[in-house]
Design a protein around this ligand. Sequence first.
Ligand code: SF4
Ligand code: SF4
Length: 185
Amino acid sequence: MIKATGSGLEREIEARCGERVRLCFQCGKCSTGCLFTPAMDLLPHQAMKLVQLGQEERLLSSRTIWICASCVTCTARCPNDIDVAGVIDALRQMALEKGVRPAERNVPLFHSCFLGNIRATGRISEPVLMGAYKALSGDLFSDIGLAVEMLRKGKIKLVPSLVRGRREIRRIFSESGGKGAVGKG
Ligand code: SF4
Ligand code: SF4
């Protein structure tokens, strides 16, 4: 195993997810395969470079860590077997733990609503999830036409269905220390 010698941030990332970002030689294959780069302020390979350089503040305040959809295309394409998606996930966790204001506020909000819905009923109910998300984000009406159309076509049910093992689900949340929040659920 190669001994860790890079930036403090590199070592922290390695401790969190086991990935050795110092192996990145900036070929850019992760970025060229990522479908979400138009919305990112740092391309995945640039994020890896900033990890090598220890630019924690820049990374934790970036839009990229919230825009990343964890699709792992970048991970599959890396010739050095770096789990780029895992590194970005570790950066997201760090941002939450350190109380960095998310550059894309609605992404962690959506995650929290999603996990809160799972915790309460055991499965996703679109009206419950979107109702909570819309109320908390303050964006109440932008998708109302779509919601009406989906209701009309029977694509969403107004009454949420409950799974039988809700107690077990709550126990899983409880044992993982989560309260339905991103990174804690
Ligand atoms: S995991 Fe994130 S960075 Fe990697 S390809 Fe998917 S969206 Fe892009
Ligand atoms: S594909 Fe791997 S080696 Fe190439 S830039 Fe991305 S992380 Fe670095």
